[in-house]
Write a protein that binds this ligand. Structure first.
Ligand code: AMP
Ligand code: GLY
Length: 425
């Protein structure tokens, strides 16, 4: 039997916990710090340790025999949580600080892609505003401006005019993203359809999970500001088996081979954010070093292979020996309910009602920004809940997810009404 510790507090971590608890070999799950959803899962509890307290997390795991630690978010990975826990002999699902650079530095990721021959947008890295602005004036718009470091998803500007690009460059070098903006990547503007391919790896073998599509913009019709993600569905029909074979051969395998050649022992999720060009070619927009959120909330509910076995195979470097991954037939759709004002400022502490009725429809309710006050669930973040439904088709899953959403109420609840619109046509 396995006891698993999960680090993080979003919908992704609730979905990871729920998936692990489906496995017959998982005895107990503890989330640091967790949320209102993980607090109420059977055989799961939250622990009030800081995500930054690597020593405390290691001590707790060793004393209580937690044999697997899964890291949800990118920030602790980039800060070296895996290195610190591995140094104590613990098995960690999540890359080391060196591997996490694939997400934590866009310039580093671009150099790796170049070395590996991975198809991606042409790009150049700048360390001062004047040179970057001169490049924009030479190339013209549209052009994409990216702060190099982690900026909580806010460091990218898809500039449709030169003026927008210049403003973004000035903001980044002016300190808007702190140290993350001290280098800027200018990138060729790609068109096409975006898709997320999350893959699991033990550093040698890499296996894709079902392809998913998320909806990053706040507004219907993919309008307005970028967010962490307002909904998702899987499998994404745009990724045919033939295209997945290409993604594996042209992107995932070269990425792992190049990490390995650099001496980086990468065990966890490699998430490829892809653009499928109008010609049908996959190009990398970005790599992430962790599960996607909300993509995880549609991918893991479809996974039939026990998640602990998959994660342990990654930490033990035995992924090649694991039988092919098993998936439930059909599809999943997740609709995210957010606080009014997100991704800008929003209020917290609003009581949420209708959760039991929503769950009675058969939907899975993943908590993201919630907390418990007695028996009441209160809003506690920008993205509050992810409501996932399974169906025979994406279309059916969409209808069932919205049916469940209809039962849930809190003051200022906001959600997109068009999740899955590319599939519905
Ligand atoms: P990222 O944080 O790198 O995923 O970028 C956020 C969003 O910006 C992506 O999901 C895309 O919608 C968009 N984006 C990033 N890079 C490009 C690009 N080279 N061409 C067009 N859109 C892009
Ligand atoms: N849904 C996008 C992300 O997790 O980065």
């Amino acid at each position: 039997m396995v006891k698993v510790l999960i680090v993080g507090n979003g919908g992704r971590e609730h979905a990871i916990a729920a998936s692990l608890l489906q496995s017959p070999s998982v005895q107990e799950v503890v989330c640091i710090p967790g949320n209102g959803g993980t607090a109420t899962l059977p055989r799961c509890r939250n622990l009030g340790l800081s995500v930054k307290d690597f020593e405390g997390i290691a001590r707790f795991s060793l004393v209580n025999n937690f044999s697997l630690i899964a890291i949800g978010p990118e920030v602790p990975l980039a800060e070296g949580i895996t290195d610190a826990l591995q140094a104590q002999g613990l098995a960690v699902f999540g890359p080391t600080q060196a591997g996490a650079q694939i997400e934590a530095s866009k310039a580093w990721a671009k150099a790796l892609m170049k070395e590996a021959g991975i198809p991606t947008a042409a790009a150049a890295v700048f360390t001062d505003a004047a040179a970057a602005i001169a490049q924009v004036e030479a190339d013209g718009a549209p052009i994409v401006v990216k702060a190099d470091g982690l900026a909580a998803g806010k460091g990218v500007t898809v500039a449709m005019t030169e003026a927008e690009a210049i403003a973004a460059i000035e903001a980044a070098f002016g300190g808007q993203f702190g140290a993350a903006g001290s280098r800027v990547v200018l990138e060729e503007y790609l068109t096409g359809e975006e898709v997320s391919v999350l893959a699991v790896t033990d550093g040698i073998t890499i296996r894709p999970l079902l392809p998913a599509q998320d909806h990053k913009r706040i507004g219907d019709g993919d309008t307005g500001e970028n967010t962490g993600g307002m909904g998702a569905y899987a499998p994404a029909p745009i990724v045919t088996p033939a295209l997945m074979t290409r993604i594996q051969a042209e992107i995932l395998e070269p990425a792992i081979a190049t990490l390995q050649a650099r001496g980086i022992d990468y065990r966890g999720v490699l998430y490829a954010g892809l653009m499928i060009t109008p010609q049908g070619d996959p190009k990398v927009i970005e790599f992430n070093c962790r599960f996607g959120d909300p993509e995880t909330q549609v991918v893991l509910p479809l996974l039939d292979t026990p998640l602990d076995q998959l994660m342990l195979a990654c930490t033990q470097q035995t992924l090649a020996d694991l039988p092919p991954l098993e998936w439930k037939p059909g599809a999943a759709t997740c609709v995210v309910l957010a606080s009014s004002g997100y991704p800008g400022s929003y209020e917290k502490g609003k009581p949420i009602s209708g959760l039991a009725q929503a769950a009675d429809t058969g939907a899975l309710i993943f908590h993201a920004g919630t907390r418990l006050a007695g028996d009441t669930v209160l809003t506690d973040g920008g993205r509050v809940l992810g409501v996932t439904a399974l169906g025979e088709t994406v279309k059916e899953a969409i209808a069932l997810a919205y049916e469940a959403v209809d039962h849930i109420q809190f003051e200022g609840a906001y959600y997109r009404r068009d999740i899955g619109h590319r599939v519905l046509g």
